[in-house]
Design a protein around this ligand. Structure first.
Ligand SMILES: *[C@@H]1O[C@H](CO)[C@@H](O)[C@H](O)[C@H]1NC(C)=O
Ligand SMILES: *[C@@H]1O[C@H](CO)[C@@H](O)[C@H](O)[C@H]1NC(C)=O
Length: 227
């Protein structure tokens, strides 16, 4: 009889633990209505998120941003421009687990292969035609692609490499919502070939099965040190 009760309690405890792990799988759930971010104290150690402003001092502007209607400059080498609205831009987003991006594309512009380590992305096209895709993890490395037009929505699952390419000869525009106040971004080419300091070229030549001259060329392209 006692044993049955104990087993029951253990089961309930495990279920609870399982549920709370699911509930906090990405950004942790807030413990209050809001926690508007304030400047981290320079003497503080890093926190998971940002310090909260005194709720009595919070105003509507802590939850507000304007200007996302303005087209961005897409004249860089890639022909794209990502405007991220995260908790750094809207302090009221702190602890709330969402963020937003505006992505402008010149004709044939590319948002190059990248990963958001902390967020799934829900992508909606407002203008133009975009060829988008993501690749699953090893061992399958399956590529999922789609051609999207205005009004179409596509999901990029958390942690997977994905890209968006403007397949049309007009500008394209998309917005994304992301499941983290700070989705993070790892742009594959820049991270691998433009790390600071640079990764030893022998490592990259072997990893990518490339001639070392090609590795040196790519490191020149992506390094901010301009070696
Ligand atoms: C994105 O657009 C803004 C505003 O037009 C501009 O200041 C910024 O340099 C652009 N970024 C890139 C990477 O082109
Ligand atoms: C866009 O950025 C480029 C390079 O930074 C600059 O030469 C150009 O004038 C900018 N265009 C606009 C419309 O601001």
């Amino acid at each position: 009889m006692m044993k049955g009760v104990t087993n029951f309690l253990v089961t309930v405890a495990l279920l609870y633990l399982g549920c709370s792990l699911i509930a906090s799988a990405y950004d942790p759930a807030p413990l209050q209505d809001f926690c508007v971010a304030t400047e981290n104290s320079p003497s503080a150690v890093f926190t998971n998120g940002k310090f909260c402003k005194d709720p009595k001092l919070v105003t509507a502007n802590d939850f507000f941003l304007s200007g996302l209607n303005i087209p961005r400059n897409t004249s860089d080498a890639l022909g794209s421009n990502v405007t991220l609205v995260n908790a750094d831009k809207i302090p009221g987003l702190n602890t709330l687990g969402v963020s937003l991006a505006r992505i402008d594309f010149a004709p044939y512009g590319l948002n190059p292969p990248h990963i958001h380590p902390h967020a799934t992305e829900l992508f909606v096209v407002l203008k133009g035609t975009l060829y988008v895709g993501f690749v699953t993890s090893n061992p399958d490395n399956r590529l999922f692609t789609k051609v999207l037009n205005a009004g179409d929505v596509f999901v990029f699952p958390i942690g997977l490499i994905h890209f968006q390419f403007n397949a049309g000869s007009t500008n394209a525009l998309a917005f994304s919502s992301l499941g983290s106040q700070n989705p993070g971004r790892i742009t594959i080419a820049n991270t691998i070939f433009g790390s600071n300091p640079l990764i030893n070229p022998d490592v990259l030549a072997k990893a990518f099965q490339l001639d070392k001259n090609v590795v040196n060329y790519l490191q020149k392209q992506f390094s901010s040190e301009n070696i």
